[in-house]
Design a protein around this ligand. Structure first.
Ligand code: FCB
Length: 441
């Protein structure tokens, strides 16, 4: 059971569920173009069992059933993403009308069911044609992205409730170009610095284009990981501060202060594109809200070798099946930090939070008390942040459905709804019923 009910939250507080296009739609359907995730997954060793998103959860064909599940859950908002390559298979130029029609139906289907459509324009499926041109390393991506934004918003922009241009700039930049764990799988510091900067430039460009269309309720969604020093040595403290600068403060600093933190610049500045300081006018184009995705923390200690001189350690807290420590305190601390240091009175949404587990379907049901416990812990963190005066306006669970968990394929189950990937049967888990009950009462 969930400990908190809807009535424990302020009037108008939005409860939502989140998904993303490549993870659920079935990118092989409906005339979508090839993406760098298809290419990444086709390269041996990148993705568990070389799994990809060609079929996903078959949401492309089961949209109505999924929308019914959202409605029956009783949430206020559905956060989904639109695929650039579904709308513009070559990244620009010719429009795939089937793609626009699909998102049009999705938006209307939500509105008919009384659910707010919250759109993300980019959740990682870059058209391969643009990857060929350097992808996020190429400064022109800001204008390509702006063009895509306009094409889509001219069609659905009159009916969507909120829009965020880009999901998780850290993943687009650092995870994909420095760690190499996501497409395009690079491990290159120069590419990283450029991608981290260009992703913010593309964000600001898209916000400006949507403002020009008269749109409102536009935001930014970043992911954060709390950095706890491994011990109380000055070396561990510095390593954790550097991790925090790269992971968390780089993007908040760029978006809300028009500056990058010194501890990130010490390694990245030499690789940023010429004239980067002049881009903050665009990057800081005002938004109406700030979104925070939160899952875990890391213990950080110093490391030998080249910058950034830190190493990640797993601490002693309970782990999810991703191997992520469960640490609700980090959500509370980030909510307070975001408001106090970066966004002030701007509404804040927890745009993703949730856990993966080895959920099993037994006799037609999935008992996932671990997930309900996780949600209880994190809703408590939201309550504490509210009590501290943070303007938290909503909380979205990742995810509605078990889905394609990127490089980890289909075996990491984050859904409130179980998906059988042999026949695509959906089965609401215990946590789905617990949330539905908490929202009704
Ligand atoms: C977030 C992503 C989402 C999903 C969850 C587990 O970083 O936005 O697509 O992979 O993690």
């Amino acid at each position: 059971m969930l400990r908190h009910r809807r009535s424990d939250f302020p009037e108008g507080f939005q409860f939502g569920v989140a998904t993303s296009s490549y993870q659920i739609e079935g990118h092989g359907f409906g005339g979508a173009g090839r993406t760098h995730w298809d290419d990444f997954a086709a390269t041996p060793g990148n993705v568990v069992r070389a799994e990809h998103g060609a079929v996903g959860c078959d949401h492309y064909h089961r949209m109505d059933e999924d929308l019914d599940l959202i409605q029956a859950l009783g949430v206020d908002t559905y956060r989904f993403s639109t695929s650039w390559a579904r709308v513009l298979p070559e990244g620009g130029g010719e429009v795939n009308q089937m793609g626009l029609d699909f998102y049009d139906r999705l938006v209307d289907g939500l509105l008919e069911r009384g659910v707010h459509p919250a759109v993300t324009l980019y959740h990682w499926e870059l058209p391969s044609a643009l990857a060929d041109l350097g992808g996020w390393r190429n400064r022109d991506i800001a204008q390509w992205f702006g063009d895509y934004t306009e094409v889509l918003m001219r069609r659905i922009g009159d009916r969507v409730w909120s829009v965020a241009p880009i999901n998780e700039p850290w993943c687009v930049g650092w995870l994909s170009h420095f760690v190499g764990a996501h497409a395009p799988g690079l491990r290159d510091i120069r590419a990283t610095a450029r991608a981290m900067h260009h992703v913010l430039l593309a964000h600001g460009t898209a916000i400006a284009r949507m403002r020009a269309l008269g749109m409102r309720n536009l935001g930014a969604v970043c992911n954060f990981e709390w950095a706890t020093p491994l011990d109380d040595s000055p070396e561990a403290t510095l390593a954790a501060a550097r991790y925090d600068a790269i992971y968390n403060r780089f993007f908040l600093g760029g978006l809300f202060k028009g500056a990058y933190p010194a501890l990130a610049l010490e390694g990245l500045e030499a690789h940023l594109p010429k004239g980067w300081e002049d881009d903050f006018g665009v990057i800081t184009t005002p938004v109406d809200w700030s979104g925070l995705n939160y899952y875990t923390r890391k213990l950080i200690g110093p490391a030998e070798g080249s910058w950034p001189h830190y190493a990640e350690h797993i601490g002693g807290l309970p782990l999810t099946s991703m191997g992520w420590e469960i640490y609700p305190q980090g959500l509370q601390d980030f909510l307070i930090r975001m408001a106090e240091e970066y966004t002030g009175d701007l509404p804040i949404y927890v745009t993703e939070n949730g856990m993966s587990a080895e959920d099993r379907l037994t006799d037609g049901a999935v008992a996932d008390g671990h997930r309900t416990a996780y949600l209880n812990g994190h809703l408590e963190a939201v309550q504490n942040a509210l009590a501290a005066g943070v303007p938290v306006k909503g909380y979205y669970i990742w995810s509605l459905l078990d889905n394609y968990e990127w490089a980890l394929g289909y075996e990491k189950r984050f859904g409130l709804v179980h998906v059988d990937f042999d026949n695509f049967t959906r089965t609401p888990k215990g946590s789905y019923h617990a949330l539905a009950q908490a929202l009704r009462s």
